[in-house]
Design a protein around this ligand. Structure first.
Ligand code: G6P
Length: 461
């Protein structure tokens, strides 16, 4: 790790690039994570003066901090577990995530009461711990890029501690339009926006989210002041994906998936965290409607759905996960035959198997209610073996770049989604191939390394 006040480029995020599993015998095993930010930072990763500040997220991480175990260039903050839980589960994932993805279900939600105020205090403390750590570690005039809705208040707090720094913030989520954002208590809404506006520059994945943010500022705090707002549409990492998807473990999983699917059948693939905004249940309802209304597809198609566990501390995610399994099982019992399982659902996270499914897919279903970008939509066309038709929600950030060659859906419209699945399954092979080529080109326009470097140079300008 770099010594205090020596880092010239700093990244801050709740989830860091590595986590530790604590075995019963006390052994700590590091696990490296993937994702756009990890590959983005690799563009400058060789420089010794970069530092990634993140949270210690479980027992393993906390034990690693206690033992002083760590990776070079990474500093994990061991924030009090109760404070972290209130900030992460309570405010970040139950309030801010819900606001930006417009997931509340009135008349039950939202309720901003004394419990909310208590959790809000934890969110402030959590953000302050990050601001303080960054202030301690950053060299004079260093560039700091803060990530996502967990750390909305950090830019403003850090600005007060270290006016010399170049501060950026990047949002990986959508941003709510003002009429939805203003559900938040007025003082909280203003505090969030002022926290963001402590940055020199703010980045969003699409113009739509950047415009929504600007409109929120105009309505709530009178404008964005001197803070610049930019758009960087994170793309897929073609080089990595093409190489990784041809490794032996992926080939093995293709073979076993082919067996599960059965010879001569089409496949509709989806890969998501089991996340409310991903709209997995409506996707299954649409598939059921397809089988119901178009019996010609029975026995001839399989829906391969990977729904990986996410945020299981939250009851609403646990019940959503159960609903997904229940619905998949009910479709299988209604329509399945001895030789045909209509829905193949896997819930155990397995990246190699995801890539195998991408390669095999005839149709990819990406139907989020709202999504910052959605990288699955961008990854499938890049690794697809024989071309894949993309059914894509108009509410995904990726729609801005991929809409022209996708089959578009309104994510709430189950009948419309069933019709889109039929259209995608019926697409002529030449057309599918041509569209996949164009999709892959659009999806890789801004690879993670350039995405990160562009932000950095814009921040330093
Ligand atoms: C989204 C967020 C990320 C987050 C990820 C996984 O992509 O933008 O900040 O890390 O979901 O969610 P989790 O709660 O498991 O970190």
């Amino acid at each position: 790790m770099v010594s205090a006040r020596a880092a010239h480029i700093l990244v801050a995020s709740n989830r860091g690039p590595v986590s530790y599993a604590l075995d019963p015998d006390g052994t700590l095993t590091p696990r490296r994570g993937g994702g756009g930010l990890v590959s983005g930072l690799s563009a400058i990763g060789a420089e010794a003066d970069t530092l990634w500040v993140c949270s210690a997220l479980g027992d393993g991480d906390r034990e690693a901090v206690r033992r002083g175990v760590g990776e070079p260039g990474v500093r994990m903050l061991d924030i009090d577990a109760a404070v972290h839980a209130d900030a992460y589960n309570g405010i970040a994932n139950s309030v801010l995530w819900f606001v930006h993805h417009m997931l509340y279900q009135t008349p039950l939600e939202p309720v901003f009461d004394a419990e909310f105020r208590r959790q809000w205090g934890a969110y402030e403390a959590y953000n302050r711990a990050f601001a303080q750590a960054l202030a301690d570690e950053a060299a004079d005039g260093a560039a700091v890029v803060v990530q996502d809705y967990h750390l909305t208040l950090v830019p403003g707090m850090l600005r007060e501690l270290r006016p010399d720094l170049r501060i950026g913030h990047f949002s990986h989520t959508p941003w709510a339009p003002p009429e939805y954002f203003r559900m938040l208590p007025d003082d909280v809404a203003a505090q969030l926006l002022r926290g963001m506006l402590g940055a020199d520059r703010l980045g969003f994945l699409t113009h739509r989210w950047a415009d929504a943010f600007t409109r929120c500022c105009e309505e709530v705090v009178g404008g964005t002041g001197t803070t610049r707002v930019g758009v960087h549409g994170l793309g897929a990492d073609a080089e990595f994906l093409r190489a990784r998807s041809h490794e032996a473990d992926v080939e093995e999983r293709m073979a076993s998936l082919r067996e599960e699917i059965g010879a001569g059948r089409r496949t509709i693939v989806r890969v998501d965290r089991t996340e409310l905004s991903k709209n997995i249940v409506r996707g299954l309802l649409a598939y059921r409607q397809l089988l119901q209304e178009r019996p010609e597809w029975r026995e001839r198609v399989v829906h391969v759905a990977f729904a990986y566990p996410s945020r299981q501390d939250l009851a609403v995610y646990r019940s959503y996960t159960e609903e997904v399994s229940r619905l998949a099982a009910s479709i299988n019992s209604t329509y399945g035959t001895p030789g045909w399982t209509p829905v193949v659902l896997h819930v155990k996270d397995d990246f190699a198997r995801s890539l195998a499914a991408y390669r095999l897919a005839d149709v990819a279903l990406v139907n989020p209610i709202r999504d910052g970008m959605n990288l699955v939509a961008k990854e499938v066309p890049v690794v697809s073996d024989e071309g894949c038709a993309l059914v894509l929600s108009r509410e995904a950030g990726a729609w801005e770049e991929l809409g022209e060659d996708a089959v578009g859906v309104n994510p709430y419209d189950v009948s419309g989604t069933a019709a889109a699945l039929h259209e995608a399954l019926s697409m002529a092979p030449e057309e599918r191939t041509a569209r996949t080529k164009r999709l892959a080109a659009a999806a890789t326009a801004l690879p993670p390394q350039r995405w990160f470097l562009d932000q950095l140079s814009a921040l330093r300008r």
